[in-house]
Design a protein around this ligand. Structure first.
Ligand code: SME
Length: 165
């Protein structure tokens, strides 16, 4: 993946932040930019920390996931939320923590979104390609997480309902 694509997407997300006042809309559009901008990003979602669980917020991809709520500590998503560190899984079938969502998924990256040292949300991306995520994706998505962090604080009231694109 070229550095140019990363920079363009960071600029586009910055523009969305400048143009939009609603946090929910900022997050929706950032998810869409990530999904539409990178061929290997097959499914992109944001999970919010709600108590001891992660709750699915905006997402974009070919299919809905059954994992609308994930206990912190479970799965690759729950591990990243517990540690506050980015998780890259090159082969999801070789990772015992992996919670399967889509039969086509081969690799995954989960990037915590922190505010004031606390994990408030995370970006979860599944790829249909093996080992799709490298150091470039990690540093790019960690910058995206920093940009989005203030907009994850108001909380996404899912009301127990799945978010629909
Ligand atoms: N695979 C994740 C669950 C979320 S879905 O990929 C959307 C996990 O292991 O935590």
């Amino acid at each position: 993946m070229s550095g140019e694509a990363y920079e363009q997407t960071l600029a586009a997300i910055g523009q969305v932040i400048a143009d939009e006042s609603e946090s929910d809309e900022i997050l929706r559009r950032a998810v869409d930019l990530l999904h539409d901008g990178f061929e290997s990003y097959s499914w992109v979602g944001v999970y919010f920390v709600e108590g001891e669980e992660l709750a699915l917020g905006p997402w974009n991809g070919p299919q809905a996931t059954e994992h609308l709520r994930i206990p912190i500590g479970q799965g690759v998503c729950g591990s990243a939320a517990a540690s506050g560190r980015t998780e890259i899984v090159d082969d999801v079938n070789a990772d015992s923590r992996y919670l399967a969502c889509f039969a086509s998924t081969r690799s995954e990256i989960v990037v915590p979104i922190s505010y004031d040292g606390l994990v408030v949300a995370e970006i979860d991306i599944d790829s249909d390609r093996p080992a799709a995520f490298g150091d470039g994706d990690r540093s790019f998505l960690e910058r995206v997480a920093e940009l989005l962090s203030p907009y994850c604080l108001v909380g996404w009231d899912t009301g127990g309902e799945p978010w629909e694109p």
